[in-house]
Design a binder for this molecule. Sequence first.
Ligand code: B12
Ligand code: SF4
Length: 461
Amino acid sequence: MSSVIAPETIGLPRKPFVAPTKRKKWLLIQPKSNTPLMVDSGKVSMPLNLMMVATMANTHFDIDFLDERIGDTVPQDLSEYDIVAITSRTLNASRTYAIADRALAQGKKVILGGVHPTMLPEEASQHATTVIFGEIESIYDELTQDIYENTLKPVYRPEPNAGWKPLNEMPRTDFRFARSSKHARNYSERLPLLATKGCPVGCNFCCTPRIYGKTFRIRESDQMIDEIKAHQNFAGKRDVRFSFMDDNICFKPAYANELFNAMVDLGVHWNANISMNFLEKREFVELAAAAGCEMFNVGFESVDPETIKYVHKGSNRVSHYEDVVANVHKQGIAIQGYFIFGFDTDTNRSFQHTFDFIMKNRIEFPVFTIATPFPGTPWFEEVKPRLTHFDWDKYDTFHYMYEPAKMEREQFLKNFIKVQRAVYSWPGIMKRMAGRKFDWVWLVNLAMHNFTQRLTVDMLM
Ligand code: B12
Ligand code: SF4
């Protein structure tokens, strides 16, 4: 489990702080979530965020890395560690806190980071020595010095004037941390990559603008190509599959053009999150296809213009949806389309409209979620008085949160199940996937068929 990698091997910049020769030891943990629904099931992707933390921290600390989602176990006895550091989203916050409390009880220093501690630092502080706001790279030097000098502060956050660290200055992620687990075969073969960070669109339900504001940072395309080639060398083949972890890969179209142009002859395949307004340009989608794009992850969110307005999603124009889909499909690129139900503007008819849109436009991989107000977002504050629970295990976007203004609970949940069963019924799959050769997108549909046919109202409560 232990993976001590010399900093020189990963080409880090000069260190401003020289740690004592006896290095302290971190246990870095990716906790599983307690939700019974399918968020952590099947093959999960390697946690890029935690690998980035490990890569950074390994310059001054020894690191043990474990991922509960793939079957690694957190030891009961933590005596060999100085620091227990855990990443957390809302859906695994309660599991995070349980591990953190155990570590604190054993006298360990506990560092919590990730989206949930960033959005709720006061809550997280009750289970931690230190909470990190946003990414570790931007506060790493100060944090390291304070750990060795035993002067840890309760919260680390970059000075507003200092800003976030340029992505180009961040070390290249070392994947040996995740690969060193004896359960590493449970990771998806699709490797995570990061080209850009941030998304200034400003949807009111999204955490990204609350953390990174209006910033949008890019990594130079040369760095990206080097990293992709290093993965190809490691795999011993050209056709490596990647998932971009970017919030919105195309926010600067000139950069996306440069990157995709540089990727054209690499022979890799990938998918990425993207705002649909960028998919309106035929040449851009053609270039993405030539660069190996096999799927775009698109947040349609709703087919109702009123709902799009309600969530402040200025990048979506419902009247353009069909053209965008046609443009993407023309290049042989599949669409993972996200659809959210349960906003106050939604009605029971929203389900039928969404079903009709998906079937007519043959969206290959529709994902349906229940509108979930994540703490720290403006929308959370708006609906807070109506929320039926603050059970973080159920903040997985598949659980009932509050009664939408125009729908009663029972009917809403029944419709939420019905639309999924219909889209993933055998006839629904055959119609949407007609003409597509058998590939991994078919396999996803078969898995979704099994999942959706098992769904019951009780599971969503
Ligand atoms: C890519 C992505 C995914 C990928 C994740 C792949 C993976 N291996 O992690 C996929 C598609 C699988 C996914 C799934 C889901 N996602 Co998602 N996802 C993202 C996205 C767009 C980027 C995350 C990312 O990897 N960024 C790049 C990394 C390098 O940056 P980072 O995560 O910020 O990590 C840095 C810091 O946070 C910090 N840090 C992180 N951990 C720690 C720990 C310590 C100790 C320290 C010191 C620092 C530290 O340092 C890191 C390195 O710089 C975010 C949006 C966002 N900006 O966070 C949403 C986001 C995280 N997802 C979200 C949601 C809701 C989901 C799903 C529930 C959706 C669904 N219905 O299926 C599932 C949950 C899956 C799960 N079990 O966690 C929400 C979470 C909200 C919340 N409060 O929890 C986000 C914030 C989007 C939103 N709506 O606001 N997601
Ligand atoms: S477009 Fe996507 S990433 Fe950007 S603010 Fe909206 S939901 Fe978040």
